[in-house]
Design a protein around this ligand. Sequence first.
Ligand SMILES: Nc1nc2c(ncn2[C@@H]2O[C@H](COP(=O)(O)OP(=O)(O)OP(=O)(O)O)[C@@H](O)[C@H]2O)c(=O)[nH]1
Ligand SMILES: [Mg+2]
Length: 820
Amino acid sequence: MSSSPSAPAPPDPPQPETVWSRALRKLLPAGAPVPDEDQLDYSFSVALSADAPVRGPPTPASRSSNAAAAPLLPFSRHRRRISRLLRPDPPAPPTAPSPPSSPDTSSPTSSPPPYKSPSPPSQPLPPPDSDRPGPSNKQRACARCSKGVMGMGILGEREECLACGARYCAGCVLRAMGSMPEGRKCVGCIGRPVADARRRARLGKGSRLLARLLAPAEVRQVMHAERGCASNQVRPDEIVVNGRRLSQGELDLLLGCAVPPVRLTPGQYWYDKDSGLWGKEGEKPDMIVSSKLNVGGKLQADASNGSTQVFINGREITKTELRMLKFGNVQCPRNTHFWLYDDGSYEEEGQNIIKGNIWQKASTRLIATLFSLPIPPGYSHGLKEDASVYLSRFVPDYLELKRVQKLLLVGVEGSGSSTIFKQAKFLCGSKFSREEILNLKLMIQSNVYRYLSTLLEWRECFEDEALEEGRELDTSHYKSDEEPKVAHTKSSLYSLNERLVHFADWLLEIVALGDLDAFFPAATREYAPLVEEVWKDPAIQATYKRNNDLSFLPDVASYFLERVVEISSNEYEPTETDILYAEGINQWNGLSLLEFSFDERGPDSNSYLDKPDNPSTETKYQLIHIDSEGLRGGFKWLDMLEDVRAIIFCISLADYDQMWAHQSSGELSNKMIASRDLFEDVIRRPSFEDTPCVLLLNKYDTFEEKIGMVPLTVCDWFADFSTVELHHHTKQSLASHAYYYIAVKFKDLYSSALRDHRDRNRKLFVFQTRALERRSVEGALGYVREVLRWDNVRKSDVFGGSVDESSCTCSIDIDMSTSS
Ligand SMILES: Nc1nc2c(ncn2[C@@H]2O[C@H](COP(=O)(O)OP(=O)(O)OP(=O)(O)O)[C@@H](O)[C@H]2O)c(=O)[nH]1
Ligand SMILES: [Mg+2]
């Protein structure tokens, strides 16, 4: 548990081979040495065969569960251990935190592992303090004893006074801050406000040093006081609304209303009291708060610095807002003045007729969310806050509310990104609406015809090929002056009877004309028996047997074609599996959105410090999926997205031998290479410069089957793939070797794309998925969460903050082989 004190790591005794290194050895080419644990690159996941029940690398989480089993030290002993540690001449600390020597920390007396979390890792160890951006050693000298930094562990840590910024070492902090009735402040600063914005952001956020010095209950109490005490709250004169400082009464009104501004910090704001829109001065709206509050001055036209010549309640709106209104089909030519009411209804100034309600359409709400514009609390699921929480609070919970973290999920057509999205939806218990299910049903029905037409096209090719071969064979059997017996070459294994040929020609003609979607579902029921007959025909079955040669035919084709009559009936209701297997999701303009959360109090979470008394211990995420259709037209969506917290890029491993027609030019290319190009396009976009990226290498199941039959080198990009190191390879070992190789190819590509970037050490995180297996997608989402936590810690480290890194635990489940 992170609250235990950290002792210097004992020297590593010679270790017997651990479960982890045994598992790793299996994955490496024969004879390859097992790397040191501290050198391991956890930034990509590996699949282990089901018969190797291994656990992941030793994580703080797994260690903490052992630690948790050990009885907690009573408080006085806790302190004694700390003071022993701090007594004269502390042992020379290691230059960098040493890695845990073994995952086995079962001994209750063994010291907890050195603090630095190895999770989602692969990030280089932070440079020594002297090279590191952030406070210099001098700045980090203790304000009480003047000692400088003594190593990396607890000895090197400092706790900062939130009011004056003085820093104290572990030995002095409790003396300097006393009982901390207002949280982390020197005794002399009690009663003083927290003015600095950076320090204010840390109010009640927990502290690693205190966690080591105090018992968890004490830390909670200090954090509670830090958030709740009067002098740490914003003061009315620090809040300017519509150009006027607030009075105490106005601030009370603002904070006591049903929907107050979240995380109100000192600053200048604008407030539109008719609609409830609220934002920072000079910026687009940030949230919607209760309307009709008499606070601040009069809303000015230039409050949000808009330049659109379109006005809402007298404020010239920003370009982003205008774009959202246009997507919502609100007519807004220049010089339009709207009145917008708090329920979303709007009218043009002077016309006295309500023209509509901007929040009514799901698509407008979706767009607003994507553009980081606020939507009213009543309409949002993930963001909905219970007004009673605000009314009944003493501790201002608004300090605790976190922003929703946006995760962008993209991939080339057929990579499986929709499947991942749907699995995520099932995982978080979110139901498909009636309308969505109906759309899915229509899509499944029309897809069946598409699969059949693909099979029919391939059948023609194979038939031509077979007839040609037959003719060559015939001619070689007869002397040149004899008539060849053409009767032998008129049909082949791939030939259909005349009636079915007629139907096939008709269907292919419709497809060639691009009319398939217009034609269905009207014809669905009528032709279903015929489709079934064609599917069962030996010619089509023979064609399907060669499905490894068939580009453009998804694996699920047979699943649906087998049931074409059932699927085509009016009464057909797609099952959960049908929904999952259906290609894509019918979504609005190629976009779909899902909000979900992780409970941060899970067994692998150490975040109690971050969330002392908060009932909401969840971090909310928004999964934004843009499918191949949405990526068409020059990535219009990508450019409009703001504050994306992570990119999840999905690639189908099985695409290495597939062809793909380029969307605009129609040019054929290898699909893996097309995916690579799209990946590069996405990561190079300036708006994603600082956004971590997780690459999901999907369809590992198909890949494993295929790799033994089709060499990886058929894809030009993988021309240098070699299997020479694999002496006796099985299908599994070949697949894992190839997976590793592909992962490294993408990592290299990523590193070279970021070569000129200031954060050029950033790595690509790679995870292996089988999206049809729910557990695999669950693992992927967990991995993304770990990456985000890691990234948070890394960023706060860079900026010199003291985020509790214990919350960055690693729960990467590397045993992804069992389906759920
Ligand atoms: N065997 C196998 N099939 C998969 C896997 N993931 C997805 N599929 C199938 O691959 C097909 C394409 O998956 P989608 O999720 O629709 O692909 P997509 O990336 O969303 O494609 P667009 O919607 O066109 O952008 C579907 O039939 C899925 O059932 C996987 O891990 N293994
Ligand atoms: Mg899709």
